[in-house]
Design a protein around this ligand. Structure first.
Ligand SMILES: [Zn+2]
Length: 325
């Protein structure tokens, strides 16, 4: 089955200010490495569509959605001052310029488009090369470079549209996916007594932003902290011990990946020291599980990764894993 990459050039235009690490060059770095590796000839590439605003309510309150839309700077309003710092602050380190709302809609739109392309059999699996990221966005607030939670929206959409009973979200970004956990608990109402058909596995350096995290081995939340000294061997041991048994027990009909690459040794955002080989390893493990329970269905969505070259190379390793090269 073909593997697809979904994105849109408008995702590159959101700008949180000069020297901000979450910038459009990240997507350029991914494109460059896809070309350099020859993968751009192997994968199918799709332009995403902007998400229907009503779908944001699958994971967020209408009050928060309206707050973002009503305050979004637009060029038409003459509010774009060029410097994002002068524009609208949604939450802690989540700032909108005149391009941001459009980027948000194409970014979330890619995640639901990816669900459609994988569920209708056009693709075996898909990677969304999009920004802004989403896993820190909670049901009623944006934070940590994130505005709306792309993976949580995609998971709820997959269940609503395709009647899936069990969707797993796995998050190997070096930061905890607090927004995804919040939505699973407070919007999807999942609990240890009733998982509601969701399983969330997150590995993260601890302590590190967003700090207030409880370790858990109880579904629907598997929170697996990593020490700052973690290298590939320990990362693999921890995920093998905590994630893989939970995923096998859950038997997901779709795996959605919050694919953050900021645990890479070259990424200054954390002290964890992973390499491309470790991202290939976890992708291979997730693919084995997807092959066993869902005919290989994986939707992967970019989260962090701020060292451009390492990000591009890690995405290549991840996509090679999805392809099985
Ligand atoms: Zn991160």
């Amino acid at each position: 089955m073909p593997v697809g990459i979904i994105g849109h050039y408008k995702c590159g235009e959101h700008d949180m200010g000069e020297h901000h690490p979450e910038n459009g060059n990240r997507l350029t770095a991914i494109s460059d490495q896809l070309i350099r590796s020859g993968l751009d000839y192997v994968v199918r590439q799709f332009d995403s569509k902007p998400i229907d605003k009503s779908l944001l309510a699958l994971a967020h309150t209408q009050k928060y959605i309206d707050f973002v839309f009503d305050n979004a700077p637009t060029e038409a309003k003459g509010e774009d001052k060029g410097e994002a710092g002068e524009n609208f602050t949604v939450g802690e380190d989540a700032v909108m310029n005149s391009k941001t709302l459009t980027s948000i809609l194409y970014s979330a739109g890619a995640a639901v488009d990816a669900v459609d392309l994988v569920m209708d059999g056009t693709l075996g699996s898909a990677f969304c090369a999009t920004r802004p990221p989403g896993h820190h966005a909670e049901h009623d607030k944006g934070m940590g470079f994130c505005f709306f939670n792309n993976v949580a929206i995609a998971a709820a959409y997959a269940k609503q549209k395709y009647g899936l009973k069990r969707v797993a979200i796995v998050d190997f970004d070096v930061h905890h996916g607090n927004g995804t956990e919040d939505i699973i608990k407070n919007v999807f109402k999942a609990s240890p007594k009733d998982d509601k058909g969701y399983l969330f596995c997150s590995s993260y350096q601890y302590p590190l932003y967003p700090f207030d995290i409880e370790e858990s081995d109880t579904p629907p939340i598997i929170n697996t902290p990593l020490a700052a000294t973690t290298k590939g061997k320990e990362f693999r041991e921890k995920l093998s011990a905590h994630w893989l048994p939970a995923l096998h027990k859950f038997k997901p009909e779709l795996i959605i990946i919050s694919a953050g690459f900021d645990a890479h040794i070259e990424d200054d955002m954390s002290q964890v020291s992973l390499t491309e080989a470790d991202y290939r390893w976890i992708t291979d493990e997730l693919k084995l599980i997807a092959n066993e329970y869902s005919g290989g269905k994986i939707v992967s969505v970019l989260e962090g990764g701020y060292a451009p070259s390492a990000l591009g190379r890690s995405v290549v390793a991840h996509i090679n894993g999805l392809i099985g090269n």
